[in-house]
Design a protein around this ligand. Structure first.
Ligand code: APR
Length: 236
């Protein structure tokens, strides 16, 4: 922790790269831990149910699973989200790059957030382009349709879909400009997201993760623990 505090004290351009492990302390299960979403028994794998093809071929089942597991609108930011917003407000953090779609970083006050896998808070009619909120989707019965009759699709990156170009560019620029990159709460197993870390050219590469990751050996500092707890001990 002392080393982490020293690194943060001397950093002016921190970028935070996070995954589902950043939101578990808000009560949202991650994907690949023991109690993760992908460990729960379903007739069809979660990766299948969260795929582009399944969305169009089994739309009713998609929305049942999606409402059930991907719309934790009750969740509140935890200490990790709050500390990152504070670091940005104090001019020490350039951006948050997240694989999460829960919007908790913005809810905590973070301004520059690159959501590599989109967000549940943006939903678009495929026919007329009208925008709907996550609350609209949660409240709708069955398959949500627009007033124009079109199908409404959540703006989240489903398996088989590509990431948004502008988001990629912004995230890569931020990581390439950072003096410190903090990677946290991610198993670094899903590409292209996991590959973004390779754009880092700065001084300190820090990993905060409960379980080991493929990146551990390349880091200047590795902390195995809860990211919310660890960051709450940092003075900005
Ligand atoms: N503090 C620190 N690390 C944690 C915490 C915590 N409180 N809780 C969980 N972790 C760690 C776990 O040890 C695990 O290594 O976070 C990691 C979560 O890994 P995954 O469940 O694989 O989540 P993530 O890496 O975000 O998955 C990437 O997979 O299905 C896709 O689109 C989905 O964005 C997701 C992507």
């Amino acid at each position: 922790m002392k080393t982490l505090q020293e690194i943060i004290d001397e950093s002016r351009k921190i970028v935070f790269f996070g995954g589902a492990g950043v939101s578990t302390e808000s009560g949202i299960p991650d994907f690949r831990s023991e109690d993760g979403l992908y460990r729960q028994k379903y007739t069809v794998s979660s990766e299948t149910m969260l795929s582009h093809d399944w969305f169009f071929s089994h739309t009713e089942e998609f929305f049942k699973f999606y409402r059930d597991k991907m719309l934790p609108l009750w969740a509140q930011p935890n200490a990790a989200h709050r500390k990152l917003a504070e670091l940005e407000q104090k001019g020490k953090l350039l951006a948050v790059v997240t694989q999460n779609i829960d919007g908790l970083h913005q809810k905590a006050g973070s301004k520059r957030v690159y959501e590599l896998h989109g967000t549940v808070h943006k939903n678009t009619c495929l026919k007329c382009g009208k925008r709907y909120s996550a609350e609209d989707i949660a409240a709708a019965e069955g398959v949500p349709h627009c007033a124009c009759g079109g199908l409404i699709k959540p703006d989240v990156v489903l398996y088989g879909e590509s990431l948004d170009g502008d988001t990629i560019e912004g995230a890569v620029r931020a990581i390439a400009a950072a003096d410190t990159l903090i990677v946290a709460g991610t198993s670094l197993t899903v590409y292209p997201a996991a590959g973004f870390v390779s754009y880092f050219r700065g001084k300190s590469l820090v990993l905060i993760n409960r379980d080991p990751t493929p990146l551990d050996s390349q880091c200047d500092l590795v902390l195995h623990g809860k990211v919310g707890e660890i960051l709450s001990g940092i003075n900005v």
